[in-house]
Structure formats: C-alpha cells, structure tokens
Design a protein around this ligand. Structure first.
Ligand code: FES
Ligand code: FE2
Length: 274
C-alpha cells in the first residue's frame, strides 16, 4: 500500500448472495444512480471489460462528480475502487470477497484514504462505514431478488408466443381506476395494471433486462421505468424506449367488455375474435 494512503476504516459483513451474484453486481456499473439514488445522481461510462470499469459518477445532492475506476485483481476475489478525480482523489477502497457457502459471501472492505493525518482518516472512515452499510444493504436486496428470479421462485418475465388464453375479467370498468395499481397474476405471467392519460395499460412486473421489479417502476410519459438500471419501456407496445434494444414481450391489453367488465386480452386473442 502506498505510504501516502491511510487506513480509515474496515467494514466487514456477510451478504446473502453467491460469489457469482457478487461479481455480477460489482461489474454492474449501470445500477449505481438507480439502486443507490440516495448516494449517486448519474453515471457516464468511459470503459468497461472483464477487468472492471471506469466512469464519471455524479454525487447526489450537489454538482460534484467523481472519476472512479473499479479494477479486479487478476486471479483473486479482490477488487479496488480508486477515485481518480474529485473529492477523495487518490483513495483506494479494497474489497475482498470470501465465499462462505453457495448463497453466502463475506466481504471485507478496507478504506485507504488520501488524507494528511490519522484524525481525518478516522473522520472520513466513519462516514464511509455508514455509507457502505447502506450501499451493501441496497445491493444485497437486489442480489437476493435477482437470485429468486433466476431460481424461478419469482416467475420469469412473460413470454411472447405462448398460447393466448381467454380474456381475464378484472371487475367493473367503472371501478378500475380506483383499484389501481392492480396486480394481476395469470398463467401468462404477472402484470401490473396502471392508468395514464391514454387509458389503462398492463405490463409485466419483471424487467426483461435482468428481472428487475418493474412492478415498482415509475410510470412516466407512457413509459414504465425499471428501478434497477432505469431502462424504459413503452406501456402500449412493450418496446424499449431508450435505444438499448431491450424489449418486453407484447403486453396484454385492457379493454371494456360488452357487459361493462374490464377485460385483459392476451397477445392476439382479440384479433382472432374479431
Ligand atoms: S433489470 Fe436492469 S433495467 Fe430492469
Ligand atoms: Fe451497488
């Protein structure tokens, strides 16, 4: 360790996720301003690869940015997060991943800080302990949920092309607005029914990117926005709305039936009926 860096603090805990999920999370630079919106306001990637990533990261609550590099140590379960520019420039956070069982990984985080004396190292170290406890809580929740999606404990995203069942009655059309957002579980998948200025829409509660909780996503301008990485999807079509070529399966449609019921039509059943 370079002489000019001082050890500010050490953070240790157990994470309820596999080593594979941990490394996936570490390489996943895109989630920072979404899953950790309380800490980061944005991220612009410079470069990424098997080695790690380098990016400019906005800090929440102000205009400050950090230029950060996350780099894996070859052949070891260790990575460094170095601040290349911005507040704390020169600091190096070293994280060691220690697999304990199939679904438990311990972490040991050392905060090596570019500060002139021990007092400042201790002061900044305390702040980092609080920050990292929150960041790892948020990451752990994401990893646990993602593992459940992979394991099929939660249903996987609805698929296009499966046989379309009969329309599903959602109750009286006149009462639908008051019951929203409405969770609907069907053989075709799990959906959330929402309303916009253009009418009622149903969308899958699983994101086609990495299975994120779209059922908790914001509805904005006819789009649903995933809380994990901010991918946007057009409610009416399921198509990706941000140029990333990530799309949902064609969503079911919410329509008014002849008997005043709100009906959920899957795939092409309405066309077949016409
Ligand atoms: S899981 Fe990544 S944007 Fe939804
Ligand atoms: Fe994270």
């Amino acid at each position: 360790m370079p002489d000019e860096l001082r050890l500010g603090a050490v953070y240790e805990r157990s994470i309820a996720a596999s080593l594979e999920r941990l490394w996936e999370n570490v390489h996943d630079w895109e989630h920072l301003p979404w899953v950790h919106e309380g800490a980061f306001s944005g991220i612009e990637l410079e470069e990424s690869g098997d080695w790690g990533w380098r990016a400019r990261v906005g800090l929440a609550g102000g205009d400050e940015t950090l230029r950060v590099e996350l780099r894996r140590e070859p052949d070891r379960e260790v990575y460094h997060t170095r601040t290349l520019e911005g507040p704390g420039e020169g600091s190096d956070t070293i994280v060691r991943l220690i697999p304990r069982s199939e679904r438990v990984t311990d972490i040991r985080v050392e905060f090596w800080l570019a500060v002139p004396d021990e007092q400042q190292a201790e002061m900044f170290g305390k702040g980092l302990l609080t920050l990292y406890a929150r960041l790892w809580d948020e990451d752990e929740a994401m990893m646990v949920m993602r593992q459940e999606v992979i394991d099929g404990v939660r249903s996987s995203p609805a698929r296009a092309g499966t046989a379309a069942p009969a329309p599903l009655a959602l109750g009286p059309w006149s009462e639908l607005s008051a019951r929203l957002p409405l969770a609907v579980s069907t053989a075709q998948g799990e959906f959330r029914v929402v309303e916009t200025d253009s009418g009622f829409f149903a969308h899958s509660v699983f994101c086609p990117h990495r299975g994120g909780p779209l059922g908790e996503g914001e509805i904005e301008a006819g789009h649903v926005v995933c809380p994990w990485h901010g991918y946007r999807f057009v409610l009416a079509s399921g198509r990706g709305a941000d140029g990333r070529r990530c799309h949902m399966a064609k969503p079911p449609r919410v329509e008014l039936g002849a008997d005043g019921q709100a009906l959920l039509f899957f795939a092409d059943d309405r066309i077949a009926e016409a």
